[in-house]
Design a protein around this ligand. Sequence first.
Ligand code: ATP
Length: 230
Amino acid sequence: MLEVTDLSAWYGQAQALHKVDLRVGEGEVVALAGRNGAGKTTLVRCLIGLHRQIDGGVRFLGRDVTRVPAHRRARAGMGWVQDDRGIYASLTVEENLLLPPRVSDRAWPLGRVYEAFPVLAARRKAPGTTLSGGEQQMLAIARTLRTGARLLLMDEPSEGLAPVIVARIGEIIREIKATGAGVLLIEQNVKFAATVADRHYLLSQGRVVESLDNDEFQRREGDLLKHLGI
Ligand code: ATP
């Protein structure tokens, strides 16, 4: 559903991505790891249409979206789960869940969201400001599911969260995968990524230096951790 071909990106004269090739299929969870400054955020910004100084191509659901603006990509079903979680602090949990526009018939009804995220059901009247980090992450994911996104781009969903919450997020990613949606998971927590991903890419200095299936990734975990400097 997502095909990235020879994608290069620049900030002025400085090249941040060099001919990146990457693919995410339907119902596939693909993880992307790399050190700080490797180009992960730049890649996500290129995919969702927020970075324009690029060369190469991005196809989504069979359409060339390379020059399509961000709002139209979102409407086509590209869902971004932001790392700063993008929650409206002055609204309640439920208001945050009612806000996102519906972009496909896969949009999760509120009841289904509350079944999958009982913690959000329990806190439906709570203002966004009072949520814990884990609750905020759940809300950010749930809001994207409310739209019916066909592809979820998740930026460091495990960052700063307790292991039990990270495990729950892993279960949710598997549930999302089971619906046929694709997931691109930007993730420095390699151990967590290995519990959910089908395939992995390793980015270094703006280049894809490894592309591995999950078995190979797990076999070479030590070696890859060294590469990542973790
Ligand atoms: P991190 O995990 O620290 O966010 P990253 O893998 O997401 O790192 P990017 O933020 O995409 O990496 O940065 C890739 C390269 O682009 C780096 O060399 C960075 O210095 C450069 N870069 C990022 N943002 C800008 C900017 N606004 N202007 C100039 N250069 C930038």
